[in-house]
Design a protein. Structure first.
Length: 295
């Protein structure tokens, strides 16, 4: 099943809902970073949230970044999405292992922590990105995203995110949904949605066994709804040799001379995909010559 986001409307336009199915996206992230089950769940949920919010941005070349710092042993979570919903991300310590919660589920809140902030940065090409933060509610990601949307965007929302890790640590299912109410939505609409979400089957079970369309049927039960758009998503890193060279260009001449004098190669590792770029003394000499020529 190809990773995708499906968007639908219901209640004569008073309800908007988006669903993401992202097993391959999260599996790729787990493989790149060598994530433990709880780290894979924390990163996977954040990637799904970033994809849902990023793909909704209308500006071409826009990007959205979610940063979570909760004081837990995972050390923080970062996920970045472009305007098409393609994501990349990492966690501070992907090897964190924690006992399961009393209900048998992964303790994402314990790994992330609950004493800190969820910060969302939206870059639409202006001089400065729009940045908003909210105090963490639970560290379980979905509730925190819901709180952010209500606090920052003043949009009543309900978010569900889930990652199911198999016995061999591969990702069995991953994804989520986001329901948002438009201004003027009737109270009975809100009550019905709350009831449907409360009674729905487990999120990862739906994604793993029935598919993303079943989420619409359960969350929007009792509403007339129709699919408005569908788009592929996935894990995609934006790193390149050009970006590495651009980053190196900020090094001052004195430091460049010191690095050249060492006479050895240096490595730059991408934090999102772990790709390694090798910087030779000749590369550094070329950069120094360009800086000197600019004077």
């Amino acid at each position: 099943m190809t990773d995708k986001i499906i968007r639908a409307t219901a209640g004569e336009g008073s309800v908007k809902m988006a669903v993401i199915s992202a097993r391959d996206m999260v599996q790729r992230a787990r493989e790149i970073h060598g994530c433990s089950p709880v780290a894979a769940a924390a990163l996977g949920r954040t990637l799904c949230a970033a994809s849902l919010l990023g793909e909704a941005m209308k500006e071409e070349n826009a990007s959205l970044t979610i940063r979570i710092q909760g004081g837990g042993p995972i050390g923080g979570v970062v996920a970045v999405s472009d305007h098409e919903g393609y994501t990349r991300g990492y966690v501070g310590d992907p090897t964190v292992e924690l006992p399961l919660r009393s209900d048998g589920k992964l303790d994402v809140g314990g790994a992330v922590g609950r004493d800190g902030l969820l910060t969302v940065s939206r870059d639409i090409g202006l001089r400065e990105p729009y940045i908003g933060s909210v105090e963490l509610v639970s560290g379980e990601i979905a509730e925190d995203v819901t709180a952010y949307l209500l606090s920052s965007d003043q949009v009543p929302s309900a978010c569900g995110l889930g990652v199911l890790v198999d016995a061999d640590r591969s990702i069995k299912a991953a994804g989520g949904f986001l329901v948002q109410l438009m201004p003027g939505a009737p109270e009975e609409t809100i009550a019905k949605l709350e009831e449907n979400i409360f009674l729905m089957d487990q999120l990862t079970t739906i994604l793993g066994e029935d598919g993303p369309e079943e989420l619409f049927r359960q969350v929007l039960k009792g509403f007339d709804w129709h699919v408005a758009a569908e788009a592929p998503v996935g894990y995609r890193c934006a790193c390149s040799r050009e970006r590495v060279d651009e980053a190196l260009s900020v090094i001052d001449e004195e430091e460049l001379r010191e690095m050249i004098a060492e006479g050895r190669e240096h490595e730059v590792r991408c934090q999102f995909c772990d790709k390694i770029y090798t910087i030779t003394p000749a590369d550094l000499r070329k950069l120094l010559d360009e800086k000197t020529a600019e004077k």
